[in-house]
Design a protein around this ligand. Sequence first.
Ligand SMILES: [Zn+2]
Length: 181
Amino acid sequence: MFIGHIPAGYITTKAVFQILPRGYTEKIHLKYALFWGMLGSIFPDLDMFYFYFIDNSRHLHHGYWTHLPFYYLCIFFLLFSISFAFRKHSLKIYLTVFSMNIFIHLFLDTIAGKIRWLYPFSSHDFVFFNVPARHHWWVWNFVFHWTFLFEIILTAIALFLIIRDIRRSNKTVIMTRADIC
Ligand SMILES: [Zn+2]
């Protein structure tokens, strides 16, 4: 997946904020939750720096630990355990949206990429739809494949939510000004 991860992170984090009871969210800033959520949504792909600049594209980046669910399970188990020692409520929420978005990233990568969901017990690459290599530049294989529609839909939903929120906040400003006048 290329352009769909950040929109997916935005949609998921907003949805979590809607679902959580008000008592949970009132002490938490949405902008910080969105930051952690969207960072989680692209975090596994930060391995592209390693892929291009250190590994010289020798291995598929989905084979690095950053794309293996097992390591995230271990890391988050540890982090959640530590977070319970602190009574910081916001810490748990930010950690939840961050970790949730990492797993959504891996799920979305499974649509047309390959993810080893059962590693270290199995090295089987799970993929929903195999994308044939038809173009010289590998990126075009994914962009011109029908599965790219998922990315377009995610981007469209995120844009819709952003525009709706901007309109709502503009309305609130106008109403507040009208109250003052
Ligand atoms: Zn990825």
